[in-house]
Design a protein around this ligand. Structure first.
Ligand code: G3P
Ligand code: CA
Length: 242
């Protein structure tokens, strides 16, 4: 069965990377959530995609120059197309993990450390994973592939997967050279044959961001390991047919 990961939560219908989007993902039938993490200036692991808070909130400035208390006061749905009566906050990773204690969802944590390497981020994220005993439910991904190697050095039980957005030659061999057991390609960066070859070599394939029905159907038909989508409800309904 192809697993469904809700990209930044159910970001197609809810403000991205908020508890509201993650809770919606569970209701939509997702098997897991995908989220992005960075560090605040006072060392909290927070869930936000951009390096600055400008696009998604009513504030401005770099995430790594703001405290968690300052970030918590911002409206995380300020620019969202999705109307919400109450304002949403930027959650900490701890807050998401507390919520995960009450369900069985998987969690793909994308370390947003390709531009800003965020020294110490790997240790902090893995310490939280251990504290909540989530080793078997977490997949760590990143465009910073050295960081994924470091994650495996810190915790050999952790599952990792490199993100990439260009065509790679035998990406399954590359993943294995990093100690990763999966790959997270942009959908256009991998062919159906390569998906099947990777899975045959024991490397899971979870393409992003799969929002069109025709792409979902194709990936379900070839039994792709998982998809990462803004619309987990749509994917869940389509998957019933496979
Ligand atoms: O993890 C897949 C996808 O989220 C990577 O791209 O920019 O949406 O974080 P982005
Ligand atoms: Ca992401």
């Amino acid at each position: 069965m192809t697993f469904i990961f809700a990209h930044r939560g159910s970001a197609g219908t809810h403000p991205e990377n908020t508890m509201e989007a993650f809770i919606a993902a569970e209701k939509d039938g997702a098997d897991g959530i995908e989220l992005d993490v960075q560090l605040t200036v006072d060392g909290e692991v927070v869930v936000i995609h951009d390096l600055t808070v400008d696009r998604t909130t009513n504030g401005s400035g770099y995430v790594n120059e703001l405290t968690f208390s300052e970030l918590s006061k911002l409206k995380a749905n300020y620019h969202s197309l999705h109307y919400f009566k109450k304002s949403c906050r930027i959650p900490s990773l701890r807050e998401v993990f507390e919520w995960l204690e009450g369900n069985n969802l998987l969690c793909n944590i994308e370390l947003k450390n390709a531009v800003n390497p965020y020294k110490g981020m790997e240790e902090m994220v893995i310490a939280l994973v251990r504290e909540f005993c989530l080793e078997k439910r977490v997949i760590i991904s990143s465009f910073n592939h050295n960081s994924l190697v470091l994650c495996r050095e810190i915790e050999p039980a952790i599952v990792t997967a490199p993100l990439y957005n260009e065509v790679l030659y035998k990406p399954w061999d590359y993943a294995m050279s990093l100690g990763a057991s999966g790959i997270h390609p942009k959908l256009k960066s991998i062919s159906d044959q390569e998906i099947q070859d990777a899975i045959a070599c024991g490397v899971a394939v979870r393409p992003y961001t799969v929002n069109k029905e025709k792409d979902m159907k194709k990936l379900f038909a070839i039994n792709c390991s998982a998809i990462i989508t803004d619309y987990p409800g749509r994917a869940y309904r389509l998957r019933e047919q496979y």
